[in-house]
Design a protein around this ligand. Sequence first.
Ligand SMILES: Nc1ncnc2c1ncn2[C@@H]1O[C@H](COP(=O)(O)OP(=O)(O)OP(=O)(O)O)[C@@H](O)[C@H]1O
Ligand SMILES: [Mg+2]
Length: 227
Amino acid sequence: MGLRIEDVVKTYVLEAIEVRALRGVSLDVDDGEYVAIMGPSGSGKSTLMNLIGCLDVPTSGRCLLDGEDVSSLSEDQLADVRNRKIGFVFQFHHLLPEFTALENVMMPALIQRMPKPEARTRASDILGRVGLAKRLTHKPSQLSGGEQQRVALARAMVLEPALLLADEPTGNLDRHTGEDIHALFVELNRERGSTLLVMTHNPELARLMPRRLRMVDGGQLESVEDA
Ligand SMILES: Nc1ncnc2c1ncn2[C@@H]1O[C@H](COP(=O)(O)OP(=O)(O)OP(=O)(O)O)[C@@H](O)[C@H]1O
Ligand SMILES: [Mg+2]
């Protein structure tokens, strides 16, 4: 999926105090690119991800996904775009606590009305690939922080989305596991042609990605060259 972000401003208003989280951000990402977005805490990375992911709308400016301005879509249409085309890995991963790891990963496939046996096969396969073959029936509270994060990654990838948005996906993972996740991302990117946008504080991980951008205090994105 190709992305075009045009001069996007996002202002949050809390008790009459305005926070300008994004102050005119523009970005073009080609279909099939793999991009890291870095930048300090509070610089607006999660805000940008929510806008690109059709979870929120900009105060001004436009977000185009495959050329379509998503701010002109209805709530139902936005939900449809999210379900069919976008995989999310949230910074705080939002697993459903009453369901097992396997059920959590099956969920997006079931929402798409995939037959249950196929959903189960796919979900257990991807959980195996994130190293959790022996944790399928554990509930989130019975998993470590890094394991929960890997379940969230599996859930985001189970439908091989056209766009994967990942917010600090390796924050709780050791270096080796983080590199395994990167390898899975590369596979999704190369074999399925998925576009990947990864928000990360981790320079070692970012260095592995073909394109790196840094967000500076909600302003423009600047490109990061090799150190
Ligand atoms: N719902 C909200 N209401 C008000 N202010 C908000 C809201 N969400 C974010 N902000 C503010 O917007 C700014 C950008 O936040 P954002 O979460 O996008 O940063 P970030 O780059 O993802 O940071 P981190 O690296 O810590 O995750 C911050 O100053 C934050 O306090
Ligand atoms: Mg964030």
